[in-house]
Every structure is written in structure tokens, then in C-alpha cells.
Design a protein around this ligand. Sequence first.
Ligand code: TXA
Ligand code: MG
Length: 317
Amino acid sequence: MPILPGTPESVARAVALLRSGGAVVLPTETVYGLAALVWDTAAVARIFELKARPTFDPLIVHVADLAGLERVAAHVPKVAETLIARFWPGPLTLVLRKRRSVPGLVTAGLDTVAVRMPSHPTARAVLRGIGEPLAAPSANPFGALSPTRAAHVAQALGTKVDLILDGGPAQYGIESTIVAVEPEPALLRPGAVAVEEIEAAIGPLARQPRPGGAMAPGRLPVHYAPRTPLRVIDPARVPLAERAGAAALSFREPFEGYAATRVLSRRGELREAAAALFEALHALDALGLARIDAQPFPDRGLGLAIMDRLRRAAAAH
Ligand code: TXA
Ligand code: MG
């Protein structure tokens, strides 16, 4: 499995591999993705297999442009057009009614498809080169931490994929925000675009998908988990005696007595903290300590996405 920088030659190689049914790791601005041609059900099946991902968990389809969107979406309502004009290319995924031609394996049998137009230049170059939509979940084993660097992917899936394109550390470092458009705009997963920004563009988002409305079957409570047990707790309240042998993950400041500490943003910026989150969790997890104490984040802006990931990581143990 070669790891190559995103040069025109390696992009051409990725395109050729994808055309012949390969599974290729692409850098995106959120996290690294494991891509296959959306129409190639054998290649898509291999993605599920490589990730050990249950097939009831649908994939996100990545497109280069609006023509790509029209290949997979049956209908683009006005509110989706507004969001597209404001946030694409970028880390917002829209759930729309799908075209019949989109394989049921990609959408887990749903009549909707999740679509986004990534902004990372290497992802865009591959999408333009192949001229077809690509199905790409995050390039991690199912339930494990998402990869924000090529090295994370090489470690977890390295020998199994056909090619890893290295696009450097991911700019946002946390997955895209997922919004269902119909029957009413609803937040399915908090992510790299703050909910407040979306609401400023289209008005209030429903927070819980309504029964019978759009669902995110992948929103299992256990997800994004390090192997080290993690709890969400303010380290300031943890007695010194309990800190030895454990790691702290904090927002702004380090805490005494922990065997290791990662501070996500000394300046106290939620965007910077979100970008550093998975990288810090990967690093702390590699130390093999007894526990990670993760400080709670404010439930606003990108803090919402950070808390979502931390709660799921905590639910794993
Ligand atoms: O930032 C991202 O979104 C990254 C990069 C690679 O683009 N991708 C990503 O994919 O996070 P993945 O597979 O790890 O998460 C996709 C989520 C899953 O929770 C899945 O359930 C949800 O999207 N999803 C996909 N299709 C859906 C649909 N039709 N309706 C509701 N949720 C859907
Ligand atoms: Mg994922």
C-alpha cells in the first residue's frame, strides 16, 4: 500500500485504481476518507468489509460539482440550494432524496442519499479526474477514532487499501455536519460547520429526526472510540491521587498530576480545539494509560461537535 503526496501523477493513479474497482484513501478537509466509485457495488462492498462496517450504516457520497449532485439526488429543494450556495465546497453534508440509480448498498436501503462537495484540493482533483461521484466513509475501522493524518490510516488499515493519498493534517479535523433537508431541515450529526451558522442561513434546525423522517442509522451511541477508557469529567474535580496513570484532555489549560495532558486550544478557540481533537485522542490512546479524563466543552459552536464525539467515545466503555 503506497502512501503518496497529492501530485498530478498520484491523483492519476488514484483515478485509475478507482476506475478498476479499487479502494483509495483520500484526504479531505474534515477527516481522511476511504473512497470507491459509487456505482461499483463490489468496490463499495469492499469498503464495508475493510472498515468492518455494518451494512445498515449508509455512506456519504462525494461530488466535484453540481452536475455530480444531480447524478445522485432526485430533487434539490430550495433550502438545500441555499445551503449549497453558502457552504459548498466544504464540510456540510446534505441528506436528499436519492435517484434510483444510486445503489442501495451505498444508502443502506434508504430512499435518501447523503452528499457533500469537499474543498480539499486533492479530493477535488480526484473527483474531477474520475468525473463520477465517490462513496467515502471516514477511513477508520468501524467505531474507532477518525483519521486526521495519513499515518493514522496507514496504522489502522494500511495493508488493506490500494493507495493512500497524503494531503497533510486535516484542516477541520472533525467530520462534516450532516443536515437532512426533508421533511424539514434537521441536524443529524453536529460537525465542522457550526449549527449556528447553518441556522443563520436557513432558520432553526430540528434537533431530533422525527419518526418516519430522515434517520442517521450510523448515529450509534458508541462511536469514535479510543481503546483507552474515556470519561467526560472536569479534571479540576479529579482528586490528585486518581490522576497518576491517567491522561487529561483539556480545553485551555493543563492540569497537575496527570501522566499526560493534551490541551486542545490555549487560546480557548472551539474551532482550533475541534481541529486538534482526534489527533490528541490518537496520541493519548497510543500511550496505553489506564484512562482518559476529557473536560466537558460548551454546547455551542464547534463545542457541540466536540461534545458529541466525546460522549460517544465515553459510551464505549
Ligand atoms: O467529514 C465527513 O463527513 C467524512 C469525510 C470522509 O467526508 N465522512 C464521514 O463518513 O464522516 P462516515 O461514513 O464516517 O459517516 C457518515 C454518516 C454516518 O453516520 C451515516 O449514518 C450518515 O452519515 N448517513 C449517510 N447516509 C445517510 C442517509 N441517507 N441518511 C441519514 N444519514 C446518513
Ligand atoms: Mg466515520
